[in-house]
Design a binder for this molecule. Structure first.
Ligand code: PLP
Length: 389
């Protein structure tokens, strides 16, 4: 029997191998200095990451979820405030909004881009709406122009969830610089990832940065002097040191991702008529492809359903993912928000149709061809219709 070569969904080895010695050196330097918490590497990384986002302040925190929760809190959002966010996002966006004390107001998404539908967002605005949390899902930004128009008209704060969009651009604006502040995650598989958890809030506003520095450090602007109810949420020096080594490579890693996406786009084009449709890129070269996602349209007669396609790909060694299989409002944990099935039809049908293909810097063109070849083979095999006995 011929052994199949596996195409993993994500593989960080090709990314880390060439810089392993530098990473080890950076960890060693922290060990030598002994400044494990809030050390020199954290300050350096905060400054360089904020700069690359085009804003003046960066505040490292423990993870992206904390960046959303504490970031919103630092912007003055809390109890009694309504915050708009998409139903179609990773659940951490919702957790962050809830943790700052605000009332989340979910909004459906655009069927082509899977991004928050800003027309629906406008309809959801009430006199208590204070902020919008656009999620730059899969690496594509929500339109900065449209966001700013909406925020201006209704006096809303824009707080970006940029956890999937490091260095993404749209309309000449970089992710993290649309509104007052933005949250990033450095979870290992993000476009810029630590070797553990990490997060950051970047902001143009000095007062927000100052408040956040206190909130992440027990609410103490100076040691043992607590002015507010803060917490302990800091970016480790070792993780920051690793991120300092990785940051200079981010542009080229993102270019790799975009190139892989172009290869997928070209190879998948003939399959559009068979009901396989990639999520639309409306932002050209600014899309940083954290994920490459396509829809397996349910409405196509005779087409494989998403689960069968995924199983057949797995059998051929192709690992895929679903981001995400259940929208936030239907998660058992958030039943108490009171949303029902059917509340956000676009998000709900997306969740049933989307499939994420392998995507990471270092994925070769031959592997991309192998993935699409396996998709074609899966489509060619007969669809087994289960007949009830
Ligand atoms: C990863 C992610 C987060 C949360 O980041 P963590 O570092 O895992 O807490 C938030 N929002 C989105 C869209 C994400 O993809």
């Amino acid at each position: 029997m011929q052994s199949i070569s596996i195409v993993p969904f994500v593989d960080l080895a090709p990314l880390h191998q060439p810089i392993q010695a530098q990473i080890e050196q950076a960890i060693h330097a922290v060990l030598q200095r002994g400044d494990y918490v809030m050390g020199q590497a954290v300050k350096e990384f905060e400054q360089s990451f904020a700069k690359i986002c085009g804003v003046s302040h960066g505040v490292g925190v423990a993870c992206g979820t904390d960046a959303i929760a504490l970031g919103l809190q630092a912007c003055g959002i809390g109890h009694g405030d309504e915050v708009l966010l998409p139903a179609n996002t990773f659940v951490a966006t919702l957790i962050g909004v809830l943790r700052c004390g605000a009332t989340p107001v979910l909004v459906d998404c655009d069927p082509k881009t899977a991004l928050i539908d800003l027309v629906a967002a406008e309809r959801a605005i009430t006199p208590r709406t204070r902020a919008i949390v656009p999620v730059h899902l899969y690496g594509q930004m929500v339109s900065p122009c449209l966001l700013r128009d909406l925020a201006h008209t209704y006096e809303l704060i824009i707080f970006e969830d940029a956890a999937q969009a490091h260095l993404a651009e749209r309309e000449g604006i970089r992710a993290g610089s649309i509104g007052i502040a933005a949250a990033f995650s450095f979870y290992p598989s993000k476009n810029l990832g630590a070797l553990g958890d990490g997060g950051m809030v970047v902001t143009k506003d000095e007062a927000t940065a100052t408040k956040l520095r206190s909130l992440r450090n027990y609410g103490a602007p100076r040691k043992y002097f607590h002015t507010e109810f803060g917490t302990n949420s800091r970016l480790d020096s070792i993780q920051a040191a690793i991120l300092n080594v990785k940051l200079p490579h981010l542009h080229s890693w993102n270019r790799d991702r975009a190139q892989i996406a172009e290869q997928y786009n070209a190879l998948l084009k003939p399959l559009h008529s068979r009901g396989l449709v990639p999520i639309h890129n409306q932002s050209g070269k600014g899309h940083v492809y954290h994920l490459y996602v396509m829809r397996v349209l349910k409405s196509e007669p005779g087409l494989l359903d998403r689960e069968t396609l995924q199983q057949r790909l797995e059998a051929q060694g192709i690992q895929t993912g679903i981001h995400y299989p259940l929208p936030c409002h239907l998660q058992p944990a958030f039943k108490n928000l009171g949303y029902r099935e059917g509340a956000f039809p676009v998000s709900e049908s997306l969740c049933e149709e989307i499939l994420s293909l392998p995507m990471y810097p270092g994925l070769t063109e031959a592997q991309v061809i192998q993935v699409v070849g396996a998709i074609e083979e899966s489509l060619a095999a007969p669809v087994v219709v289960e007949v009830p006995v």
